[in-house]
Ligand binder design. Structure first.
Ligand code: GDP
Length: 480
């Protein structure tokens, strides 16, 4: 007799936390929506009823204004006319991609919260390399920008674009407090340059006065590689709404990420095949994400010792008995699984060999697994990104996580899992070899450094108690 696979059991909480996901979907088109709760541990931090209600309202708006609707066609005609008519019934924010999958997921999440807070409709300019990663999150409509969208130079729109909000502020063509009685004098759309290397003019987006002006534009294009959610917590007019949406502040990514990024059936296949084959029967699962950046290269042996030190000092993995006099393992003992993800296979091999060649001092058995080692980043390939998303998702199903500093790949894994990872912070003396993250939230690497009101430099990590500097990157801030 074989144990039932998770997929065969009745769902525990099919629509996550009592309704985070809409029930108005055809289940077969997106199996992960109804099956993901079978793979995740139940959590006490359920989404607030207010968030659930706002998501249902957003879905109604998106359905009314989304691609192929009369209102969408009308808005596109207005855009083609090259003149603004001021805010209209449907107002859009079009997300443009930048960098790897982790960067893209955190910036889509931020753009979605921006849309939610401003009653705008989020559309994604999805490149083909992201074509089959996620299910559509909103029922009976699509979040994909139609191919015939009239602004067709989108791949080349950056900070110097004539429609750039920051640029227009700098050249005083636009000012945040301008009286716009005659909207026809405004451009039909603005571009928001929210990449990490933007300037203080672009960053006016994060100020209340900037937000107010941007509400007057029916079309905004936005490019970002960052998790800019924490910035909204500094805009006074969003305070109350954010408090209602997220009574537990450090759960923003967990709820919005699980709502938006349900793996497509193809990616769900990768995830469930791997999970059922290697991880399902483990008594505990430790995920280890290793990302080596070219700009901060670390020698293999140094990194490997750091990972092993972290695992052992934090008691995430048992020590090995180098004298091989450890007691024999208890027959039939359930193994502990270690899921390693990395572009390289050396770290995996080192760990696997260590637990193959030596017994543990506790008698436990450790299985070490790595789904792929792609060697190099190939964000332009869909098949590569499918593996990347599958691995991010598998990491998020761990009980404990060790992640690499500064990596948005790791941020998405711990954010989706609602896990506070152990971060392999760089330190010269390797002591400590890792630190525990304050929360499961991603880090906003390059937040504005100016106070909107006083225009003075301010330390954004010490303004409110729930936004702090990130452990892995001191310039950054995160919700905790
Ligand atoms: P970041 O650069 O670490 O912030 O993360 P990104 O996800 O934005 O970009 C890194 C990209 O490299 C990923 O999206 C993958 O394409 C690839 N990559 C990095 N680490 C891994 C890994 O552990 N597994 C897989 N499959 N791909 C990875």
């Amino acid at each position: 007799c074989t144990a039932p696979s998770p997929a065969a059991e009745p769902p525990k909480d099919k629509f996550l936390g009592g309704g985070l996901l809409s029930a108005a979907f055809d289940e077969a088109s997106c199996l992960s929506r109804s099956q993901s709760s079978l793979y995740r541990k139940p959590s006490n931090d359920t989404p607030s009823p207010y968030l659930i209600d706002r998501l249902r309202r957003y879905e109604t708006l998106h359905k009314r204004c989304g691609p192929n609707t009369e209102l969408y066609k009308k808005a596109v005609e207005q855009l083609k006319s090259n003149r603004s008519t001021g805010p209209s019934e449907c107002n859009y924010v079009v997300w443009l991609p930048a960098d790897g999958l982790g960067n893209r997921i955190i910036s889509i999440t931020s753009a979605f919260l921006y849309a939610l807070l401003n009653d705008k409709v989020l559309l994604l300019d999805l490149p083909h390399d992201m074509g089959d990663l996620f299910c559509e999150p909103f029922p009976d409509t699509s979040w994909v920008l139609p191919a015939d969208f009239p602004i067709d130079n989108r791949n080349w729109i950056f900070e110097k674009d004539p429609h750039s909000y920051g640029n227009m502020l700098k050249s005083e063509v636009l000012s945040n407090d301008m009286d716009i009685a005659d909207a026809s004098s405004l451009p039909a759309y603005l571009y928001l340059h929210l990449l990490h290397a933007n300037d203080e003019y672009d960053k006016m987006f994060y100020c209340e006065e900037g937000q107010r002006l941007l509400r007057k534009f029916p079309w905004l294009l936005l490019r970002s590689n960052e998790y800019f959610v924490p910035a909204f917590f500094f805009v006074p007019e969003f305070e109350e709404e954010l408090g209602l949406l997220f009574p537990e502040k450090a759960t923003v990514f967990r709820h919005l990420g699980r709502y938006l990024f349900n793996p497509s059936n193809s990616v769900w296949g990768y995830i469930t095949r791997y999970y059922d084959a290697y991880l399902a029967s483990a008594k505990a699962k430790l995920g280890i994400q290793i990302r080596i950046f070219a700009f901060a290269n670390v020698e293999f042996d140094v990194m490997a010792s750091q990972i092993i030190n972290c695992s052992m000092t934090q008691k995430l993995l048992p020590e090995v008995d180098l004298k091989d006099s450890a007691p024999p393992v208890i027959a039939g003992a359930q193994p502990k699984a270690v899921l390693v993800t990395s572009l390289l296979d050396g770290y995996f091999e080192k760990l696997r060999n260590m637990y193959y060649e030596h017994a543990t001092t506790t008698g436990e058995v450790i299985g070490v697994y790595q789904p792929s080692h792609e060697e190099h980043q190939h964000t332009e390939k869909l098949s590569h990104n499918m593996k990347a998303f599958a691995e991010i998702y598998l990491l998020s199903l761990s009980d404990e996580l060790i992640t690499s500093p500064f990596s948005t790949f790791g941020y998405v894994a711990h954010g989706l899992g609602g896990l506070r990872p152990w971060i392999l912070v760089r330190s010269d003396n390797r002591n400590p070899s890792c630190v525990r993250s304050m929360s499961a939230e991603p880090c906003f690497h390059f937040p504005p450094s100016y106070d909107c009101k006083t225009r003075r430099k301010v330390d954004k990590g010490s303004v409110v108690p729930f936004v702090r500097h990130c452990e892995d990157f001191f310039l950054g801030i995160k919700i905790s």
